[in-house]
Design a protein around this ligand. Structure first.
Ligand code: BTN
Length: 252
C-alpha cells in the first residue's frame, strides 16, 4: 500500500480551486478496498478523500466484488456528518451522474445509486457504509478501463469503451466532488426533498414498469416516483402501493 505523492499533490491542487472545503487527500497504488482505508483513518477530517489506482477486494453492494482494473476511479470520501435519514449514496451517485453529463448526455441515473450507459450497461456504482458516527461513501466509475472480468463483461462498460476517449481520473474526481459537495450544500440550504425531486426528474423513474430484486424477494410493479425524504422507490403493484428501500432495479 504505497502512497503516490505526485498524484496526491495534483489532486489536492485541483480540489483547492473548488468553492467547497475538502479534507486531506490520500492516493495509493493498490489497496484491498478504499472503504477499509476510509475507516482505518479513524481521526480522518470531514471530506477526507481516499483514492487508489487498483483495489484487490473492491466491494460492491450485496457482498459483490467490484472489479478494479487500473485506469478508472476508485475512491472513498469520509463524512464526519452523520444523519442516518439522508440517502448519501443516492446523492453521491447523482454527483457522479452530473459529472459524467459534463462529458456525455448518453448516461442514465438509475435507482438506487447506479449510473448506466444508454445501452443499459453499468458505468458507476456507489456504496455507503456507516460506523462510529462516520459515513464513508465509496464511488467506483469505469472511466478508462477496457478489460472487464468475464462475470461482468456483458453488463458493465466504461466511458472509454463506449466513446473511445479517456477522462483523467483526477479531473473527473474534481468534477464529481464539485457536484457532490454542491448537492450536500443544497440539501443543507433547501432540504433533501428539493434535491430528491431533481433526482427523480433526472432519473425518469415515474411510470416505468420495473422489477426489483433483493436477497429475499422479487417485486413487479410500476414505479410512481421516489419518497423525497428517504429516496425509497414508490411502487404500484397488484397487491397495492409499497415503498422499497433496497434492491436492484431492472426495467421491464
Ligand atoms: C455497487 O455495487 O454498485 C457499488 C460499487 C462501489 C465500488 C466502489 S470502488 C471505490 C469504493 N471502494 C470499494 O471497495 N467499493 C467502492
Amino acid at each position: 500500500m504505497r502512497r503516490i505523492e505526485d498524484k496526491e499533490r495534483e489532486l489536492q491542487e485541483l480540489l483547492s480551486k473548488l468553492q467547497h472545503d475538502v479534507g486531506p487527500v490520500y492516493w495509493y497504488d493498490t489497496v484491498l478496498s478504499t472503504m477499509d482505508v476510509g475507516f482505518e483513518h479513524s481521526d480522518a477530517a470531514d471530506r477526507t478523500v481516499i483514492v487508489a489506482d487498483r483495489q484487490t477486494r473492491g466491494r460492491g453492494r450485496y457482498g459483490r466484488l467490484w472489479y478494479s482494473e487500473e485506469g478508472s476511479l476508485y475512491c472513498s470520501i469520509v463524512l464526519t456528518r452523520f444523519d442516518i435519514r439522508l440517502p448519501y449514496s443516492m446523492i453521491a451517485a447523482y454527483g457522479v451522474y452530473r459529472a459524467l453529463m459534463r462529458h456525455s448526455d448518453r448516461v442514465k441515473l438509475k435507482w438506487i445509486n447506479d449510473v448506466m450507459w444508454e445501452n443499459g450497461r453499468k458505468i458507476s456504482g456507489v456504496i455507503a457504509e456507516e460506523r462510529r458516527q462516520r459515513t464513508v461513501i465509496g464511488i467506483g466509475v469505469n472511466l478508462n478501463n477496457l478489460k472487464f472480468h468475464k462475470k461482468i463483461e456483458m453488463t458493465a462498460t466504461s466511458y472509454r469503451r463506449e466513446t473511445g476517449e479517456c477522462i483523467g481520473v483526477a479531473e473527473f474526481l474534481r468534477d464529481m466532488a464539485d457536484e457532490f459537495f454542491s448537492l450536500l450544500a443544497a440539501v443543507d440550504k433547501d432540504g433533501i426533498e428539493r434535491v430528491m425531486a431533481e433526482w427523480e426528474t433526472d432519473a425518469s423513474v415515474r411510470g416505468r414498469a420495473v422489477r426489483i430484486v433483493d436477497s429475499s424477494r422479487e417485486l413487479l410493479g410500476t414505479s410512481t416516483g421516489i419518497d423525497k425524504r428517504t429516496g425509497a422507490l414508490l411502487l404500484h403493484t397488484e397487491e397495492g402501493d409499497v415503498k422499497v428501500y433496497e434492491g436492484s432495479l431492472f426495467y421491464r
